[in-house]
Design a protein around this ligand. Structure first.
Ligand code: HEC
Ligand code: HEC
Length: 201
């Protein structure tokens, strides 16, 4: 009797372990469908996560998982990730090279508008602080949407109900941006581009 129990327990443990490992692999395979194996994003709608700071990536995955940052796709994608998977996947994308072309600016941009942003986020030379995201080379549409969402959340007029993102620091900075400012800074950071020589960390 006791023997049978041990046997069943052993089989169960092996099954759990193997499905657990498989689940981990599947998670990364799912990420790659949209973010691509090199993290530069399969389409223009997908943010670049290649070379992004590892602590920032981990923090965002934890926030999607707890629905503190709301986005239907990413809440679903992160729902079943364990802390260990988040660590592993964040490290995977952080070590990829961000590769986006530099572009000339569509709008003139005032130093005054950018001074604060550059202070925290860095420009071509990314800021060294571990939890401040690099913006250089990030997709324009994604940057615009995040700034609108920060602003709307800050003003508590969130018209966009499914996409909500709050952050005490960014709420303050986004609140003071006009829609034109948002387009300008988004184009500026996207236009910086990124590549191995810029070392987005
Ligand atoms: C079906 C497409 C899709 C899949 C699959 C997917 N993502 Fe995403 N991901 C997105 C989109 C779209 C966004 C932008 C979310 C937003 O606007 O807030 C995003 C945002 C992110 C962000 C935030 C980036 C930032 O700069 O803050 C991270 C990190 C991320 N995804 C990691 C992952 C990981 C890890 C996986 C696999 C477990 C994954 N994604 C699977 C589409 C996808
Ligand atoms: C005092 C530091 C600070 C300043 C100044 C600042 N930011 Fe941020 N920013 C942050 C932090 C911290 C985050 C990460 C928020 C989070 O964890 O959700 C962030 C996030 C962002 C994001 C989202 C990035 C992503 O990958 O999803 C954008 C876009 C952004 N900031 C743009 C700006 C712009 C444009 C300015 C200037 C108007 C600016 N920031 C000024 C600290 C700052």
């Amino acid at each position: 009797m006791v023997r049978v129990h041990y046997h069943i327990l052993f089989v169960a443990a092996v099954l759990l372990l193997s499905t657990g490992l498989a689940a981990g692999e599947n998670s990364l395979e799912r990420c790659i469908i949209c973010h691509s194996a090199d993290g530069n994003g399969a389409t223009k709608e997908i943010p670049v996560i290649a070379g992004q700071k590892v602590d920032y990536l981990k923090a965002q995955l934890v926030r999607f998982r707890s629905s503190d940052r709301k986005h239907a796709i990413m809440q679903n994608q992160s729902r079943y990730l364990t802390d260990a998977e988040i660590d592993r996947i964040a490290n995977y994308f952080a070590t990829k090279v961000c590769q986006q072309p530099a572009k000339s600016l569509e709008y003139p941009v005032s130093v005054h508008l950018l001074a604060n942003c550059l202070n925290c986020h860095g420009g071509r030379e990314p800021d060294m602080s571990r939890n401040l995201p690099n913006l250089a080379g990030q997709r324009v549409g994604y940057l615009v949407r995040q700034l609108l969402v920060f602003r709307e959340s800050a003003m508590k007029t969130a018209g966009i109900r499914r996409v909500v993102r709050t952050h005490p620091i960014m709420a303050e900075f986004a609140r003071n941006l006009s829609t034109q400012d948002i387009l300008t800074v988004a184009n500026y950071f996207n236009g910086l581009g990124c590549g191995p020589q810029m070392g987005r960390r």
